[in-house]
Design a protein around this ligand. Structure first.
Ligand SMILES: [Mn+2]
Length: 394
């Protein structure tokens, strides 16, 4: 699928009888994998997301973790092409077999996992998701609480026969999780708190899909003050939702999206966390940031000095200019599936072409992909007669 070299993890010999060290627990916290992104428009880009997921699983083997947390938005929507889903199922099946079922993948649903199906129809109320499908195959553990039950019944221990539950214990760690609690989860969290057992001697993780206000500009989030009360029951608040990585108060952890879902994601700090919990006085926690091998990108600007009157001449000019600025010897032997072949962000500036010479961005994208080592192109038309604020940072 891609020719990039992973760290080539050798599957460890996962013997069931192996002595397990209960004093140290390791896990990987990842989120927002967005499987299915770009699947209709660009197959190479769509595979980047599957590749990131594979890389996370490979790291789990390399670092010999006890489990993997996925903080929601594992899928980008309910629409999945059969071929892509088959690949994902096979990857998970291989992982399960190679690790002797020793590393559980523990997930919750994010807003994208239940995202409207097509043409504006909302499916969330029907309670379907691909994560439920993967859980039904026994390939992941999907956590969800019963928010209307009594505090004792709210988080039922995960039942591997019925493949349902709101919490799971691995060594001294208890992971609590719920489905996506919509945009204002504060009220739910007050109720859910009662369901989390206090002072049971275990280390508690709460897996949630929401952002914290102020961590990303102009993106709505929950006020930190409103969730602080969870601190006396939860030692690690594992989040997903914001694609930008952040850690707050040594308590809230958000790894960010594993691949760049939209153009702004490319510049964000993102990755996964490798967490080690040692059972010494009050549990010692060590969190290491790990970056994933993502698709590369580059910005280019082409300036039109004259008013182009035909598309052909305009396209040729763009290609000529781009060829000059690309170091063609370096990358021309690479195939587009290789993540070193970048996504190109192209700003077109200067004189606006003649009104009959309207740029067909789809056509120009294809033309550029055919002539240069790029996997995909985003074209921004910023001609001098409609300069906007965005020009200042393109
Ligand atoms: Mn997301």
């Amino acid at each position: 699928m891609t020719s990039v070299n992973l760290s080539n993890p050798q599957p460890r010999n996962y013997e069931k009888t192996e002595e397990c060290d209960n004093r140290v627990t390791k896990f990987i916290h990842a989120s927002d994998i967005h499987l299915g992104s770009h699947q209709y428009r660009n197959d190479n880009r769509a595979n980047d997301f599957i590749f990131s997921f594979e890389e996370i699983l490979a790291k789990a083997i390399t670092y010999q973790v006890d489990f993997i947390l996925l903080g929601g938005d594992v899928f980008t929507s309910l629409e999945m092409l059969p071929g892509k889903l088959t690949t994902i199922v096979n990857i998970l099946r291989d992982f399960k077999n190679n690790t002797n079922e020793r590393i559980h993948i523990i997930a919750i649903e994010g807003n994208h996992d239940i995202r409207k199906f097509s043409r504006g129809v909302r499916f969330s109320h029907r309670g379907q998701s691909w994560l439920k499908f993967l859980a039904s195959l026994g390939l992941i553990v999907l956590l969800d609480s019963d928010n209307n039950a009594s505090p004792e019944q709210m988080f039922k221990p995960y039942d591997f026969q019925f493949r349902k539950g709101g919490k799971i214990q691995i060594k001294n760690i208890v992971i609590y999780g719920t489905r996506y609690l919509k945009e204002k989860p504060e009220d739910y969290l007050l109720t859910l708190k009662e369901g989390i057992i206090k002072n049971d001697g275990n280390f508690h993780i709460l897996l949630q899909h929401f952002g914290i206000e102020g961590q990303m500009e102009n993106v709505p989030g929950v006020k930190y003050e409103k969730i602080k009360h969870l601190k006396d029951r939860v030692q690690y608040l594992a989040l997903g939702h914001y694609h930008l990585q952040f850690i707050l108060d040594d308590w809230v952890y958000n790894p960010g999206s594993s691949e760049a879902v939209c153009s702004s994601d490319f510049s964000f700090k993102r990755g996964v966390f490798l967490v080690t919990i040692s059972k010494q006085e009050n549990y010692k926690k060590e969190v290491k940031k790990i970056q994933l091998t993502n698709r590369t990108y580059r910005w280019e600007t082409v300036f039109f000095k004259t008013e182009f009157r035909t598309k052909e001449r305009l396209y040729e000019y763009v290609i000529r200019k781009l060829k000059r600025s690309f170091n063609l010897d370096k990358n021309c032997h690479l195939v587009p599936s290789n993540i070193q072949i970048p996504v190109l962000f192209l700003a077109l500036k200067g004189k606006k072409p003649f009104y009959r010479c309207k740029i067909d961005t789809k056509e120009l994208t294809q033309y550029i992909c055919d002539n240069l080592p790029v996997v995909d192109v985003r074209i921004y038309q910023k001609f001098s007669d409609f300069l906007t604020k965005i020009d200042t940072f393109i």
